[in-house]
Ligand binder design. Structure first.
Ligand SMILES: Nc1ncnc2c1ncn2[C@@H]1O[C@H](COP(=O)(O)OP(=O)(O)OP(=O)(O)O)[C@@H](O)[C@H]1O
Ligand SMILES: [Mg+2]
Length: 384
């Protein structure tokens, strides 16, 4: 049963008209109230499908009733039609539309006109409801597809990672097997091998085991990050100095000068002290490896800090060989490395990037004019 509410201070005068409408529309229940306040209450309790509102009523006028209906979640979307005994000015009509009215009717109203209007609004209502259902259905479909796509992506990423791990571990594993088999081979043939040769073999085996262990530890780091530790206010310069206290000596022994271009009074950033320290360490280590690959007596690692209203930026810049343009994207991929098979694992930058993302920051890279690479970390400011 369609419910239609009329709110009009002269509701008694409307009664004959409403009776005529009732005869025309058998499936409609007509409710009537003679004041704004009573109309509001009726709307709240009976939840009509549409409301006809007289504009000029003593006390609360139609505009005010409309405003209040729109403010309540129970009645915010019910179609409202204004009734007026005068023609409304353009300004009044605009005001009414802004309040959410769907139409106006000029009194006196003919019963057929009113019945037709009710049917039109009913239809519009049905369409809207249908559209809303369609939108909800489509949104649900899209969400499902997004979930599926994310899962596929995760699986693909896991596949790449698994292939990488298999490849990485295979190398030391092969070396282990060859060494152990070699020793056993000589033993089986009762050939003499010196104690020194046996120990060399064992030392080699131990080294390969260490490599497998560090591959596994690195993988663990990579997986554990996303979870993101607690975000606290971090003194960036302090973190950089901590990292330098660990690696500074090594940098110097590699003939690398450390240059600090620190912003005075740099605001704290939001992040994790240990994660950021690992990030800086990884970038400095990469810079050192890059500088190791060139001949120069002016090797430099510049650490630069800057801030603006929202972000703290740290740059780690070296004057090494830089990165080939076509490799600028792949260097962040897990297991991408240009170092010899037995050294770098190609996990440093993907771990670094994961750490930065878990701190809601970003990591970018660009080549420096005249040679060298610049890694740019941005993190949110603690106060922002
Ligand atoms: N500062 C840099 N200058 C030039 N190339 C760089 C620089 N930093 C990184 N790269 C390139 O990016 C690659 C990937 O770096 P990443 O730190 O992920 O791995 P890695 O250093 O090779 O090994 P790992 O960090 O796992 O020991 C490096 O092998 C190198 O080719
Ligand atoms: Mg590295």
């Amino acid at each position: 049963m369609l419910k239609v509410l009329f709110v009009d201070d002269q509701v008694e005068m409307l009664k004959p008209l409403l009776n005529l409408v009732k005869n025309l529309l058998k499936d409609v229940t007509i409710l009537a109230e003679s004041s704004g306040a009573a109309g509001l209450e009726r709307a709240r309790v009976d939840k009509p499908d549409m409301i006809f509102l007289d504009i000029s009523m003593p006390g609360m006028d139609g505009y005010e009733v409309c405003r209040r209906l729109r403010q309540s979640t129970q009645t915010e979307s019910v179609p409202i039609l204004f009734l007026s005994s005068m023609d409304l000015t353009m300004k009044e009509q605009l005001e009414a539309f802004e309040l959410g009215a769907v139409d106006f009717l000029r009194k006196p109203i003919q019963s057929v006109e009113l019945a037709t209007r009710i049917r039109v609004v009913e239809r519009l209502n049905n369409y809207t409801q249908h559209l809303e259902e369609l939108v909800a259905e489509q949104t649900q479909k899209i969400e499902k597809q997004q979930l599926l796509a994310a899962r596929t992506q995760r699986l693909a990423a896991m596949g790449t990672l698994a292939a990488g791990i298999a490849h990485e571990i295979n190398q030391p594993l092969n070396a282990l097997k060859v060494t152990a088999d070699g020793l056993l081979y000589w033993k089986d043939r009762d050939e003499h091998i010196s104690e020194e040769e046996v120990f060399d073999g064992l030392r080699f085996i131990s080294k390969q085991c260490f490599r497998i262990e560090s591959i596994i530890n690195n993988m663990r780091d990579l997986v554990q990050q996303g979870s993101g530790g607690e975000m606290v206010s971090v003194d960036t310069h302090n973190v950089i100095e901590q990292a330098l206290s660990l690696i500074g000596q090594q940098l110097m022994s590699h003939g690398i000068e450390i240059v600090r271009h620190f912003e005075q009074g740099l605001p704290h950033c939001l992040g994790s002290q240990t994660a950021l320290e690992q990030v800086v360490l990884n970038l400095l280590t990469n810079g050192m490896n890059a500088l190791d690959s060139i001949q120069s007596n002016n090797k430099q690692l510049v650490i630069e800090t800057r801030s603006d209203a929202e972000l703290v930026t740290i740059r780690v810049i070296d004057n090494g060989p830089g990165i080939p343009e076509e490799k600028l994207e792949s260097i962040f991929d897990p297991f991408y490395t240009s170092s010899p098979a037995t050294e770098g694992m190609g996990l440093g930058l993907s771990i670094t990037q994961n750490l930065i993302v878990s701190m809601r920051g970003s990591l970018a890279v660009e080549n420096v004019e005249g040679g060298g690479a610049s890694f740019i970390i941005t993190l949110p400011r603690a106060s922002a």
